[in-house]
Design a protein around this ligand. Structure first.
Ligand SMILES: C[C@H](N)C(=O)N[C@@H](Cc1c[nH]cn1)C(=O)O
Ligand SMILES: [Zn+2]
Ligand SMILES: [Zn+2]
Length: 479
């Protein structure tokens, strides 16, 4: 059990330094570290440097691993560094590895942001709005704030910490798996358990511990034909149109109510056991939580359990966008010569990314052949990652549950998550250690969406939670 007086001192220091932490988050949000856009690559490096500056301030020793290069938008680019920090090296303490990412999703004001996405803005209810506030800059800075609070309040740090922060999570985590496998017996040696703060509570009031994630298979489907874009008045009705072919193909992927139409995709989905059915009964979740997060009543199901199962334990297919299509306002009468549609399938336990890709390719080729079009079809699998489910009975989860009780005065829900953090499974398998997801933000934070936010109270209580978790880890029996 962590010492109450010590924790009170830690909490009080964190409370008194709220503005400093918000300022720190504001600085980080101001760096548009979008990993999927070649034009922002310098910003991703800048964000890495900003973190290195903080590591130096906090006496965290570090290595900045250079994972090499990759090609993005036709340009060969240096991958952002993977930061490997080490804080403490006491053989009498447990060693915890924390992972997070310093890259973010793209954000454009014209997407519907009410304020500049790169300027952290606080509204009257304490919402800190800005891209990356919740996913994942708030949480990664949270770990560093917890270290600083211990230093400044003169509290002994309870564990040795290994810190792995990457800058490519939102773009396939390129280079990270190789690094983990390579470093398993060096940098990662001695790690007792892993903690990742990169997901969200289920609702808006109750913290959770997360023991499962869906996987992802991401596809780009290109249909091309004419040698250049054409005038639809002059050529419409005389040529096979790529956009028409693509829309027909995409209409065959999924029904409006979410049923995936690709044969074979649902074949390997793990059976729903009686034991798993029981787990949904204990979870505090209301359809209204979903409706407030999606800011509408466009939910597919009115039933809570069905909704959670659809999010956590069944696959889904989402269509994301079309490159090359006319998308500006106005009435341009163009006939695009080449269009690339993007969609992804969120996969679940027992599904294999290679099999998903094979099913997708076979089906799209067959459906395209049925069109009898003279256009060309090209299918690319951009990335694939498996789903992950772990044991929430491990001491790592026991410690986290105690920390939640200390900070939030309630027991956490045990949840799975519909999103994907591919490295989770790699850590579990390569290090053979338990991995826990300990989220900071709420279910309505709008990660990947417009007006992403992190509530001030989640940020501040989150710093306390991460620090308290480390104290509870130090105190919990690990056998
Ligand atoms: C849950 C995590 N914070 C997250 O947002 N993961 C992303 C990973 C990803 C995969 N392709 C692009 N990003 C997600 O689930 O979409
Ligand atoms: Zn994300
Ligand atoms: Zn994330």
């Amino acid at each position: 059990m962590a010492n109450t007086e010590t924790l009170e001192r830690f909490f009080s220091y964190v409370d008194q330094n709220q503005e400093h932490y918000v300022t720190r988050l504001r600085e980080a949000v101001a760096i548009p570290s979008v990993s999927s856009d070649a034009d922002h690559r310098e910003d991703v490096y800048r964000m890495g440097d900003w973190l290195i500056g903080l590591f130096k301030q906090l006496n965290i020793s570090y290595e900045a691993a250079e994972p090499g290069t990759h090609v993005l938008d036709g340009k060969t680019l240096k991958l952002p560094p993977i930061l490997l920090g080490t804080y403490g090296n006491d053989p009498n303490k447990k060693t915890i590895l924390v992972y997070g990412h310093y890259d973010v999703q793209p954000a454009l004001i014209e997407d519907g942001w009410r304020s500049d996405p790169w300027k952290l803005t606080e509204d009257s209810t304490g919402r800190l709005v800005g891209r990356g506030s919740s996913d994942d800059k708030g949480p990664i800075i949270g770990w560093l704030n917890a270290i600083e609070a211990h230093q400044k309040a003169g509290i002994e740090f309870p564990v040795n910490l290994k810190i792995c922060f990457e800058g490519m999570e939102e773009n396939e985590s390129e280079g990270l798996d190789d690094l983990i496998l390579r470093e398993a017996n060096r940098y990662f040696k001695g790690v007792d358990a892993v903690c990742i703060s990169d997901n969200y509570w289920l609702g808006v009031t109750k913290p959770c511990l997360t023991y499962g994630l869906r996987g992802i298979s991401y596809f780009k489907v290109t249909v091309s034909g004419p040698g250049r874009d054409l005038h639809s008045g002059v050529f419409g009705g005389t040529v096979y149109e790529p956009m028409t072919d693509l829309i027909i193909l995409f209409s065959k992927l999924v029904t409006s109510d979410g049923k995936i139409l690709i044969p074979g995709i649902n074949d390997d989905v793990a059976e729903l056991t009686d034991e798993e059915k029981e787990t949904y009964k204990a979870i505090e979740f209301k359809i209204q939580d979903l409706q407030s997060a999606i800011e509408s009543q466009t939910n597919l199901f009115d039933n809570e359990t069905q909704t959670l199962q659809a999010r956590w334990r069944y696959p889904s297919l989402s269509i994301h966008g079309i490159e090359g299509a006319f998308s500006a306002p106005g009435v341009k009468t163009v006939l695009p010569c080449k269009v690339s549609g993007k969609f992804s399938i969120r996969s679940v336990p027992n599904m294999d990314p290679d099999k998903v890709t094979a099913c997708v390719e076979k089906y799209l080729k067959e459906e395209f052949a049925k069109l009898g079009s003279k256009n060309k079809l090209n299918i690319e699998s951009l990335h694939g990652a498996k789903a992950w489910v772990s044991s929430p009975n491990h001491w790592n989860f026991v410690a986290a549950a105690k920390a939640v009780e200390k900070v939030f005065k309630c027991k956490p829900d045990l949840t799975r998550e519909g999103g994907s953090i591919p490295v989770t499974l790699t850590f579990q398998d390569a290090l053979n250690k338990n991995v826990l997801l300990l989220p900071m933000g709420r279910g309505d934070d709008g990660a990947h969406s417009t007006n992403e936010k992190l509530d001030r109270s989640n940020y501040i209580q989150g710093i306390k939670l991460l620090g308290t978790y480390l104290h509870e880890v130090a105190a919990v029996k690990s056998t």
